[in-house]
Design a protein around this ligand. Structure first.
Ligand SMILES: Nc1nc2c(c(=O)[nH]1)N[C@H]1C(S)=C(S)[C@@H](COP(=O)(O)O)O[C@H]1N2
Ligand SMILES: [Mo]
Length: 502
């Protein structure tokens, strides 16, 4: 059946949502490239052994004989490509999550109106005959000919199939694979990640979808410019094929210049005002993330056979004399101080911790940069420690401070060289069932590079929250007086988000 429309003109809402979509797709692609640069390797397995990558987007080689961290592996991306550009994973992510909110809202408005107005019938094929028709159209294009104007209703069959595929398959697939990379979703619904073949498969598919989107945009734009160009511009801008081409072209050029100016401005502003950008974008993203994901608890119970033989390291062991001494004596003199807003401050040795009820869990670690790894962690549930110290009612946050200093974690932050690495979590996360202080990894004492003698595990969060080389836990009512006041070392100097569910 062929539905005949009174007019082939595009209504104003289609033209507007198309324009808004263009703006946000660009922001998403640019910030996505920024994120990809943070771990420029793609895998089909969650162990992320660099030798097993199916695509490597960096010339850097991972040395086999010296310690090399995933931050050493990060590549800076030109601001011409990435948003904001250079070495700004934290801000790239803020832009990505900010933009996706508007992209989804715009998409929902578009799809609702599509069905409310009957416009869907021009986009969604209603007969299988579309496939041979589209094939026929493809052959016409491949022979460098252009189908007659009568083939367009307003789309030719190949175009209709491609558009329907992008709107109803590719775009939702982007969102589904994106969600499958969130550590909170992976922790709460491990089956969901399995649907895609694991975290790294989801990440690879997300990346391939990006490539598909970019190819679509190139071909789509090229054909709009080549095939019945004047009609297209009139249709896209003014909605009607009979209207004034000069006016339509002028509006199109101005509209595209506005988008280009926004792309330039977002990079320029973000690179110059990094703290403001972190706060302004976080203002919208943080509450949503907290609302949707913060309360989810980890339900991970991977098998021993899921443990990955490779596990990247992020952050070098502390280089201070004090720590070297502790390590040399097998940490017998090491103590964990639990202090701040507590009834009884604690000073715990490793033996004290080992005499507590032990919990082991096999979980997937997700670094913000993109790699993952599965390991078994053994240690004391944090809620046991909280029972002992007795938090005062005003205690809202826990500050985990490390023996390690900034230069060992993030050599680029000159101003943070002497700053101890620390991260803040709230009481809610502290009481999650899989939040533990781990002294074992895969059945052995925690190796030096992975945080000996004790590290935090908060299994719904990204890796940067899980402080290694623990020195103390302080319970506080507020954290804005600590460091730069953003809730952690990575938040202070790398502009990461204050909570890390995505
Ligand atoms: N003290 C300290 N803890 C730290 C870091 C660090 O640099 N210093 N890096 C964090 C980050 S970004 C990640 S992904 C994990 C990495 O843990 P791993 O080195 O055991 O793989 O540790 C986190 N804890
Ligand atoms: Mo990380």
């Amino acid at each position: 059946m062929h539905i005949v429309f009174a007019s082939l003109a595009f209504p104003i809402w289609i033209r507007l949502t198309h324009y808004i979509n263009l703006l946000f797709i660009g922001l998403l692609i640019r910030s996505g490239l920024q994120i990809a640069g943070a771990h420029p390797r793609l895998y089909w397995n969650d162990g992320c052994n660099p030798d097993s990558a199916w695509l490597t987007l960096t010339k850097k080689k991972v040395p086999k004989d010296t310690l090399y961290t995933s931050m050493d592996d990060e590549i800076a991306v030109s601001p011409l490509l990435a948003l904001p550009g250079e070495d700004n994973l934290g801000l790239g992510r803020h832009w990505h999550f900010f933009s996706v909110i508007f992209w989804i809202l715009n998409g929902v408005v578009y799809v609702v109106l599509l069905f409310a107005t009957g416009e869907w019938a021009r986009l969604i094929p209603t007969s299988w005959s579309i496939i041979p028709q589209a094939w026929h159209t493809l052959l016409i294009y491949l022979s460098f000919h252009i189908p007659p104007a009568s083939d367009f209703h307003p789309f030719d069959p190949l175009q209709q199939l491609a558009y329907a595929g992008v709107v109803f398959l590719l775009a939702p697939f982007m969102l589904l694979t994106g969600a499958a990379m969130s550590p909170a979703i992976e922790a709460r619904f491990p089956w969901y990640v399995k649907l895609f073949g694991g975290k790294q498969a989801a990440r690879s598919l997300h990346f391939l979808s990006l490539i598909a989107f970019v190819l679509f945009i190139i071909v789509h734009t090229a054909l709009v410019l080549i095939v019945h160009f004047q009609d297209n511009i009139r249709n896209i801008v003014l909605g009607a094929g009979s209207s004034n081409f000069g006016l339509a072209a002028a509006i199109a050029v101005i509209a595209l210049l506005i988008v280009a100016a926004i792309y330039v401005w977002t990079s320029w502003y973000s690179l110059r005002h990094r703290r403001q950008t972190q706060h302004a974008l976080g203002f919208l993203v943080d509450p949503l993330r907290m609302l949707l994901l913060h309360k989810e608890t980890s339900k991970q119970h991977y098998e021993l056979s899921d443990i990955t033989s490779y596990f990247w390291v992020n952050g070098y062991p502390p280089a201070t004399e004090e720590f070297k001494q502790l390590a040399e004596h097998n940490f017998v003199d090491w103590r964990l101080n639990v202090c701040g807003l507590v009834v009884s401050p604690l000073c715990l040795s490793l033996d004290d911790l080992r005499s507590q009820p032990k919990q082991t869990q096999i979980t997937k670690h997700n670094c913000i940069q993109g790699w993952s790894g599965v390991a078994e962690w053994g240690g004391v549930p944090l809620r046991e420690i909280l029972k002992f110290c007795g938090p005062l009612p005003e205690a809202k946050y826990l500050v985990f401070t490390s023996y390690q200093h900034g230069k060992r974690s993030y050599p680029k932050a000159e101003e943070a060289r002497e700053q101890p690495f620390y991260e803040v979590i709230d009481m809610e996360l502290a009481k999650h069932p899989q939040t533990i202080l781990a002294y074992e990894m895969n059945g052995k004492p925690l190796p030096l590079e992975h945080g000996a003698p004790l590290r935090l595990r908060v299994e719904t969060q990204l890796g940067y929250k899980m402080v290694k080389y623990l020195r103390s836990i302080e319970l506080v009512a507020e954290y804005n007086h600590i460091g730069e006041g953003q809730g952690g070392f990575r938040e202070d100097y790398q502009f990461y988000g204050t909570s890390a569910e995505i």
